[in-house]
Design a protein around this ligand. Structure first.
Ligand code: BGC
Length: 734
């Protein structure tokens, strides 16, 4: 194997380092927020700090870099880490919202802007993308995820990495990305954050590892080990995961960082008896940088003296850190060069954020309660009096969502301001928040809200969840609209005024109880800085909704986990055999029920399927064709179709391609997404859509956990969402 110039430079530098300096390169510490305490000055001077997290005051960051460059013996620059998750100053929709746009281009652009803005504060390393597969809406971090599907998540994750890092990490404004949390974190038992995960190896490989594999191949600069216990061995001390899979199988050469104190927590998990042993386990697994805790720096010398760790093992960790610093170009330019970085919140950034917010909105329902034509889009000329209701209508902070450290409320366009900006002059808007927060149970303002609803041509409700109800450590066992919001909807539904519900939330909520009480539902997630104007334009038809769900919406929380790519089981649920609890005869004999994989008390389908989303336009799919019905393994094939826009409105449609591998050495999901395209179709016209696939795209980890393409029969379908029928048969042959 040849050595790259960066490896050579790193090795040369390593050869000059003392053991103390080497251990220093494995340590990340927290900044103090705009000043530099003496311990940090001394730590950097002595070469005992490799990276600082959470310092975003530029003058302070530059001074930290200066101390590292000029006052430490070897002048090694610092990695400056920050969670830049969905924007820095210009806040984009939460990642789950961005995923609903099904647009790698938009995700890449958003990450690029986040990188450019955070680079202005001296940040050179972000802890994103989070590419944990999330199939449990109780888990608060579903907000930060790219949804339930490995294919969609992989495509968007890779796009995000590219956006943060650009093509060359050393260019000004490129920052190192981090694929997290490796791995399985999203499968925490009962959707409780940090909880145990038990994931069979085959599922791990076919589902949870997939986005990480693609991120590694795309050149993501770093990985973060998960907090969670994976099949009995917490990820941060898991040699099988971090050594065998990541380094040996995938040949990953980048940097691995622990999660916040996750090395220290190995003891809490019960994997080690002491911090010292935690340090040993994490180093053996190959974690290069310890985030926040100090197990490495406090114990590694003793571990080396006792021959429990070899210095050569430490050397390989240090090399990964140094190589990352060289790749970022920090040895040549550690200080931030503002001259080539665009201003915060500039016009281009804001319009990208607006486009992302708009394309991430999912229209879930658009039918009027009295059977008249759809309520949306609203007509500006006919809508003269609007009742705007709800605690999230005029709250620039809550629309930003979880993991916003640097975005500021004052830059947000709230939903109310967006509406005011867009309506015709003279349109009367009456606003009643009703609740102090989304959790509020006080019903005192219900009467007032009903009265302004009754006087209006339309009532627009902005309900959902405040930012803090999702995100890390904010899990819920009940995912209904919190507080008394269901009661409010019920109360307002007495009025015959059309009601449009806009939901701002960090997760799928169980909205089944209220869907029949209102007319239209637009799911806007937490849409970020430009959310208000993006939503207003959709409501009034200046933009057409085009988002599709990146995650299944359950009817009731008891259905969780519910996701489209389930296995068939031996007794799949079916309409003909489904029996509802109310229809079970009393004293029915044991076998009289459906004998299928269903719940008695709720239908087996979700409320909204993965991939679902309505449009103001009407699309029809025609002529789905596969290039050949017998495809030789190792070859490419194509699927073509026509998408017709039958309406008078130009609009985007997200075309989705699913397959089913009918027989496998391990059972395969009933549907798997294998392609998607966001296509623009002008009113009353037809576009041709073409998917190029290769049989490698149909590979999966087989009974021996080897990646393999198995010959046999498949079905394929292309359409609007995952509830489509797979009606094109084809065969893979050897
Ligand atoms: C989270 C990580 C995050 C880190 C640093 C942890 O609590 O799990 O995702 O990057 O903190 O803020």
């Amino acid at each position: 194997m040849t050595t790259s110039p960066i490896e050579t430079k790193a090795m040369q530098l390593l050869s000059k380092m003392t053991l103390d300096e080497k251990l220093g390169q494995l340590s990340q510490t927290c900044g103090a927020g705009g000043h530099i305490p003496q311990y940090l000055v001394e730590g950097i001077q002595k070469g005992r700090v490799s990276s600082v997290i959470n310092e975003v005051d530029l003058a302070t960051v530059n001074e930290l870099q200066r101390i590292a460059k000029e006052e430490s013996r070897l002048g090694i620059p610092l990695l400056i880490g920050r969670d830049v998750i969905h924007g820095f100053k210009t806040i984009f929709p939460i990642p789950l919202g961005q995923a609903a746009a099904w647009s790698p281009e938009l995700v890449e652009k958003g990450a690029r802007i986040a990188a450019l803005e955070s680079a202005r504060a001296g940040v050179n390393w972000t802890f994103a993308p989070m590419i944990d597969i999330a199939r449990d809406p109780r888990w608060g971090r579903i907000a930060e995820s790219l949804g339930e599907d490995p294919f969609l998540c992989s495509q968007l994750g890779v796009a995000m990495v590219k956006g943060f890092q650009s093509d060359d990490l050393s260019t000004n404004g490129a920052i190192a990305a981090c694929a997290k949390h490796f791995v399985g974190y999203g499968a925490s038992e009962s959707g409780r954050d940090y909880n145990t995960t038990n994931i069979p190896e085959n599922e791990l490989r076919n589902v949870h590892l997939q986005p990480f594999y693609f991120a590694a191949k795309s050149g993501v600069a770093s990985f973060m080990s998960s907090f969670s216990d994976l099949n009995g061995v917490p990820a941060s001390g898991n040699q099988w995961l971090l050594k065998q899979i990541l380094r040996d199988e995938w040949q990953y050469k980048g940097l691995v960082v622990s999660d916040w104190e996750s090395i220290k927590e190995l003891k809490v998990h019960g994997l080690s008896a002491s911090d010292k042993d935690s340090a040993r386990l994490a180093a053996k697994a190959g974690i290069d940088i310890e985030m926040q805790s100090t197990c490495y720096i406090d114990n590694m010398k003793a571990l080396i003296d006792e021959s429990k760790i070899q210095e050569s093992e430490i050397d390989s960790l240090v090399l990964n850190v140094l190589q990352t610093k060289f790749a970022l170009g920090l040895f040549d330019q550690a200080y931030t060069d503002l001259s080539t970085l665009p201003a915060y919140l500039n016009h281009e950034h804001l319009s990208a954020a607006k486009e992302a917010a708009q394309k991430s909105c999912v229209l879930l329902q658009n039918q009027s309660r009295n059977g008249a034509s759809p309520i949306l889009p609203l007509n500006k000329n006919d809508t003269k009096r609007i009742a705007v209701i709800g605690p999230l209508a005029n709250d620039g902070y809550e629309q930003l969502g979880t993991w916003v450290f640097d975005g500021e409320e004052q830059h947000s366009i709230s939903c109310l301001s967006g509406l005011k900006e867009i309506v015709n002059e003279g349109t009367e808007i009456k606003f009643e928040p009703v609740f102090a927060s989304s959790r509020d149970k006080d019903t005192q303002q219900f009467e007032k809200a009903l009265s302004i609803t009754e006087q209006a041509d339309v009532a627009i409700l902005f309900l959902g969840e405040e930012s803090i109800l999702s995100g890390e450590a904010h899990c819920r066992s009940n995912i209904d609209l919190p507080g008394a919001q269901n009661e409010l909807i019920e109360y307002l539904s007495q009025s015959s005024t059309p009601i449009v519900l806009v939901i701002l939330a960090g997760r799928p909520l169980t909205i089944q109880p209220i869907v029949n009480k209102i007319d239209s539902i637009l799911y806007a997630w937490h849409p970020g800085t430009m959310g208000g104007i993006a939503i207003a334009e959709i409501l009034f038809g200046d933009a057409c909704p085009s988002g599709k769900l990146p995650v299944t919406f359950p009817r009731v929380v008891g259905q969780v986990p519910i996701y489209y790519a389930q296995k068939n089981s031996g007794r799949p649920a079916a309409e003909w055999s489904y029996v509802h609890i109310d229809d079970v005869p009393q004293r029915a004999p044991q076998t009289s029920l459906g004998m299928a994989a269903t719940h008695l008390d709720t239908h087996f389908t979700p409320l909204y399927s993965f991939g679902f989303g309505l449009s103001y336009a009407e699309f029809a799919y025609h002529d789905v064709n596969i290039s050949d019905n017998k495809i030789v393994i190792g070859e490419s094939f194509s699927v073509t179709l026509k998408v017709e826009n039958k309406s008078e409105i130009d609009a985007d449609e997200i075309v989705q391609l699913y397959i089913r591998d009918l027989v496998g050495s391990v059972t395969r999901p009933v549907k798997e997404l294998k392609g998607f395209q966001r296509v623009y179709v002008k009113a009353k016209s037809i576009v041709n859509v073409n998917f190029e696939l290769h049989t490698d795209d149909l590979a999966f980890y087989d009974i021996n956990n080897k990646l393999n393409v198995e010959a046999g029969d498949f079905l394929l379908g292309v359409g609007k969402d995952s509830s489509l029928e797979l009606n094109v048969a084809f065969e893979l042959i050897n």
